[in-house]
Design a protein around this ligand. Structure first.
Ligand code: DX5
Ligand code: ZN
Length: 229
């Protein structure tokens, strides 16, 4: 059992990482928005190709600009078909970690290996409708597992409640392996459910609309931290 697994639920919650999603920020103010989230842990960068998900977001130039504007870990979530085609470019544009979907490639093991060969942290993700078993073959190879708690493609959607049990299951599998991989949850995360997710075993919370809301990102981040204290 890792020391994390042995820690009390409250001390674990206090150590949970926050990953604001740039998708919800004001792109006319990208540098300023990044300056306002320097107390976060990761910058979550959602790349969408209009094929894997029914939406197109942004690609290399925005990631490169964010990289220049922020010292934080760039956590790049690739919602694109056959992501292995573009891993090198995302690494060169400034990704620190890249997360690929099990549904997006028949070669998930190869994609994870390629991310490591590029010297980056490798994550694997699955959609709410995908059996959890799909990640098991690569679980001991990855640095992060991203459990989607909405159907990917858009910010501001409602959290799917069954995701909590899915997080608990992946938590148990990681603990059984003695894995120190991060367990990230993405979609509909708010101050109302943050504590529940941390207690279920999530170690990274992605939050778009609840950080970059009308109250401003400083307040959005503070509310999430308070919920985890
Ligand atoms: C959804 C993206 C999320 C999104 C989260 O496809 O992967 O990262 O930005 O947004 P909220 O927190 O608003 O659900
Ligand atoms: Zn995301």
């Amino acid at each position: 059992m890792t020391s994390d697994a042995a820690a009390s639920p409250s001390s674990r919650a206090a150590r949970v990482k926050l990953a604001p999603s740039l998708l919800s920020c004001d792109f006319t103010q990208l540098g300023a928005e990044l300056n306002r989230i320097v107390t976060a842990d990761y910058v979550h960068v959602d790349v969408m190709d209009g094929l894997f998900v029914p939406n197109i977001s942004f690609g290399f130039p925005i990631l490169a600009a964010a990289r220049r504007a922020s010292p934080l870990f760039m956590d790049v979530h690739l919602m694109i078909e056959r992501p292995e085609r573009y891993l090198r470019e995302f690494a060169e544009a400034g990704a620190d970690g890249m997360t690929v979907h099990v549904e997006a490639t028949p070669h998930i093991h190869r994609a994870v290996g390629m991310i490591h060969e590029l010297g980056k942290r490798a994550g694997v993700s699955l959609n709410p409708g995908t059996p959890l078993e799909a990640v098991r073959p690569v679980l001991s190879d990855v640095d992060l597992v991203l459990v989607m708690s909405v159907n990917p493609g858009f910010g501001g959607q409602k959290f799917i409640p069954q995701s909590v049990e899915r997080i608990r299951t992946v938590r148990r599998w990681l603990d059984e392996l003695g894995s120190a991989a991060e367990l990230e949850v993405d979609g509909g995360v708010t101050p109302q459910n943050a504590r529940l997710l941390a207690d279920a075993g999530a170690t990274v919370l992605v939050a778009g609309s609840s950080v970059f809301g009308p109250q401003g990102p400083e307040v959005g981040l503070a509310r999430l931290r308070e919920a985890l204290a």
